[in-house]
Design a protein around this ligand. Structure first.
Ligand SMILES: [Zn+2]
Ligand SMILES: [Zn+2]
Length: 341
């Protein structure tokens, strides 16, 4: 089978290889991959800015169909379309494993970096991490976006507890920002989305997908917040992973508001802690997902509430064209780009 393998440093340390189809162990599913999304993490991996265990097949965002099941697997059969959590290897013993916070296990190795992932024709995944997709969202590859969506569900629904009527700022209109806006809308919030002047198209899409107000101008943004609130926004989601965006969030939050960090900066940044202290802001962060985030995702999916995410899939490209696809993604051409093996 064809697979995109990271075997050494840099971009030249990545290539399409022809590998044997993996054989599922007793507790595993063999999955025929329908689509694998490119994520910022994959770009970091390409540049060796994220831990990996070479040689490894990249890809942690995917959907696919069960091709074969291990001898101890029940509840799945050939043809089921699945999505899955990514922490394929964990210790199973530590406090975090026992609490279902697999991503925080010190021994965690996730698909696409620690063990072989989804940018391949086939992959294996422990059955206990997989979820069957409801019928209304199966038969197509849209739900390859499930992993980042589950991260956002964790950030918005599980960690920040936004409520109907809250006024929310989403700073950064990339894929994560758009998903954050969609989930905050489902929670009943009034959502203001902000970006830079280069984000005009992205902000227009946000408006189209349901954001209540958008702006790329700091002055105008402040007006929008003043018009919609008395004291400032209730929750601000920093989704850009950029220091100026964080400053805007801190500035526009009401006192005692909730500063929710969703984006990754990739480096240490200056933070005005005094402002956070003087406003008594509450900080909520979310790193990846837990099982409950996926349960919520599946319920929303079966209720037909995730249909809008399809607008965030900008391109589908053959796995062979990974270099072009990675470049498009890195250059912010569109949102999610799916590789089709
Ligand atoms: Zn990702
Ligand atoms: Zn553990």
């Amino acid at each position: 089978m064809k697979a995109l393998v990271k075997f050494a440093e840099g971009r030249q340390g990545m290539e399409i290889r022809d590998l044997p189809v993996p054989v599922p162990k007793g507790n595993e599913l063999l999955v025929k991959v329908m689509a694998a999304g490119i994520c910022g993490t994959d770009i970091h991996l390409m540049h060796d800015e994220y831990t990996y265990y070479p040689p490894v097949i990249l890809g942690h965002e995917y959907t696919g169909t069960v091709e074969a099941v291990g001898s101890n697997v029940s509840g799945f059969s050939k043809g089921d379309q699945i999505i899955s959590m990514t922490a394929a290897v964990t210790c199973g013993q530590c406090k975090y494993c026992r609490e279902g916070l697999l991503m925080l296990c010190n021994e965690r190795r996730s698909i696409g970096s620690g063990v072989n992932g989804a940018m391949a024709e086939y992959m294996v995944i422990p059955a206990e991490l997989a979820f069957k997709l409801p019928g209304n969202v199966s038969g197509n590859d849209t739900m390859a976006i499930a992993e980042p969506l589950a991260c956002v569900i964790r950030a918005v629904i599980e960690q920040s507890h936004v409520k109907a009527g809250d006024v929310v700022l989403v700073s950064g209109p990339g894929t994560i920002g758009q998903l954050t806006m969609l989930v905050a809308k489902m929670q009943g919030a009034y959502v203001i989305m902000s970006g830079t002047p280069q984000d005009a198209q992205r902000l227009a899409l946000a408006r189209q997908l349901g954001a209540d107000a958008v702006s790329s101008d700091p002055q105008e943004l402040r007006k929008l917040v003043e018009n919609a609130t008395v004291n400032g926004v209730d929750v601000a989601y920093e989704c850009a992973g950029a220091a100026p965006s964080l400053d805007i969030c801190i500035d526009l939050l009401k006192k005692t508001g909730n500063l929710a960090q969703v984006g990754l900066y990739g480096k240490p940044i200056p933070v005005d802690m005094d402002k956070i202290l003087c406003k008594e802001l509450v900080l909520s962060v979310s790193y990846a997902t837990e099982r409950t985030s996926w349960d919520i995702l599946l319920k929303l999916a079966s209720q037909g509430k995730l249909d809008k995410v399809q607008h965030l899939i900008s391109a589908r490209m053959p796995l062979d064209q990974w270099e072009k696809a990675f470049d498009m993604f890195a250059n912010k051409e569109g949102y999610k780009i799916y590789l089709i093996p």
